[in-house]
Design a protein around this ligand. Sequence first.
Ligand code: NAG
Length: 199
Amino acid sequence: MFLPLFLAVLSSAEIHFLSINWRPTHCLGIYCDDMYTQKTFINRFWQTNNDGERLDDCYGPDYEEPEFEILEMLSAYWDIHTVNRKSSWKSEWEYDGICFNPWVPEEEYFKKAIEAFVRLDIEARMDEVGIIPNLAEKYSYYDLGNAVGNTTQVECEEVNGETYLKSFNVCYDSFMNKIKCIQDIGNCSPHFYIPPISF
Ligand SMILES: *[C@@H]1O[C@H](CO)[C@@H](O)[C@H](O)[C@H]1NC(C)=O
């Protein structure tokens, strides 16, 4: 009688992390031909178990090339800047996707991440909360959290002693509701730059 409740409580403790790349920082010093379309892209979509450990050693089906509609969305929103995008989607499925709990087929996994990313509308939200990418003013973890609509986790790139936003995580429960992330400013200074598209 208590078992279903117990299981429900356990599964709700899993945390799914949508990691979002801040492209201007990523493209600092390297040539990015896709840089002028948008500033944010999905980087990874991974999860931790109830003990907060990353799930990354799972068994599941091999990657199969998704149908055209999904491939188009991946190109638009999940463009990890590598020579071979397809191999990065493949490794994302085989490393993180098959660990998604509760288990979902590959296209569903990609769709969940893309839908969450589109729903965030992060660049418009940043604008609304007053984050204007620039190199004069710095922002904090809290400013970015306002745009995300909950707490976030940030990672920076360090250049000449200054830190620049590299990526940030938005946290979700198994139903893809946004939840609080444990505060983590990674290697960022308390205030860091969110650079514009060309700097
Ligand atoms: C933020 O996270 C909390 C706790 O996880 C949740 O209750 C709340 O609804 C979230 N807020 C938003 C705006 O999603």
